[in-house]
Design a protein around this ligand. Structure first.
Ligand code: SF4
Length: 277
């Protein structure tokens, strides 16, 4: 048997976090623990690139988890170590999460899945489903923009101890139905939430899954974020961006058809007769 070159190893086992669940200043008073990944896209220390929020839209421009304390080197390294653990040793990560959740401190508590990041793949989502089902005495919740994945993998048979809210500002916003889905939108401020008739979750993050179905989140008071938000809701901003993109695509398609028509001397538009056939 000939020897093949060794596969590239990502030796991150020595940097694995010993504890997977933490509490931040917002969730600690509620007794909620959370699991976090690094937000959106980046590069791990070993050079691998990642995107933990594949359906993020405009939210990435004003992402709370890409500013402030989340950018502290120790915090960022911790979140990246979490991600590396999931990617390098998914079975080991799942076992470690199950072990940690089996300790009495989490019994009858809430776990927020993802302070930052999202359900970035089917395998990762299925792993969470197995974890959630293994711990019926723990309640889990999440915000997500992975609408299609949830419709396919979670909605048909959701675990009883898992609640979620779809959040606007992603590339799948148009798949959301605010008359039926539990949805969260970021608003410029508390007043605009009340004017729209939505319910603010400002008093407790758990209201996002336990309160009324239309969940309003007041925007972070970060001046350059507020400037970009420009008085809009995330859903409105995303709709504008989607419309601009559709318009750009239509214009470039028309330009391509015109160019083909110029080259051949014929109109590149299909014959209306053929179209009707
Ligand atoms: S999905 Fe959440 S964590 Fe990811 S970029 Fe958007 S706001 Fe940030």
């Amino acid at each position: 048997m000939s020897a093949s070159p060794p596969a590239r190893q990502h030796n991150t086992s020595d940097r694995r976090p010993t504890r997977l669940l933490t509490q931040n200043s917002e969730l600690k008073p509620l007794g909620v623990w959370n699991w976090s990944l690094p937000a959106w896209a980046g590069r791990l220390a070993d050079g691998r690139t990642y995107n933990t929020c594949p359906s993020a839209g405009i939210c990435r421009f004003v992402c709370y988890a890409r500013s402030g304390t989340y950018r502290f080197p120790a915090v960022k390294a911790r979140h990246e170590a979490n991600l590396a653990f999931v990617l390098d040793d998914p079975a080991g990560w799942e076992a470690a999460m199950n072990r940690e959740l089996s300790t009495p401190r989490f019994t009858d508590r809430w776990i927020r899945i993802h302070d930052a990041g999202d359900f970035f793949s089917d395998d990762y989502t299925r792993a969470w489903l197995r974890i959630i089902r293994s711990h019926p005495r723990i309640m889990f919740y999440a915000y997500t923009k992975e609408v299609a994945r949830f419709r396919r993998l979670i909605e048909p048979d959701p675990p009883e101890n898992f609640l979620w809210v779809y959040s606007y500002g992603g590339t799948q916003d148009t798949s959301l139905d605010p008359t039926a889905d539990r949805v969260a939108d970021v608003f410029p401020d508390e007043d605009s939430i009340a004017v729209a008739g939505w319910s603010s979750q400002e008093a407790s993050d758990l209201l996002a899954v336990l309160g009324p179905r239309l969940v309003g989140i007041p925007a972070n008071r970060i001046p350059h974020f507020l400037k970009r938000l420009n008085g809009r809701r995330f859903s409105e901003w995303q709709t504008e961006v989607d419309a601009e993109r559709a318009d750009r695509r239509a214009r470039s398609r028309r330009a391509r058809l015109r160019a083909v028509g110029d080259t051949t001397g014929r109109s590149a538009e299909p014959s209306p007769l053929r179209r009707a056939a």
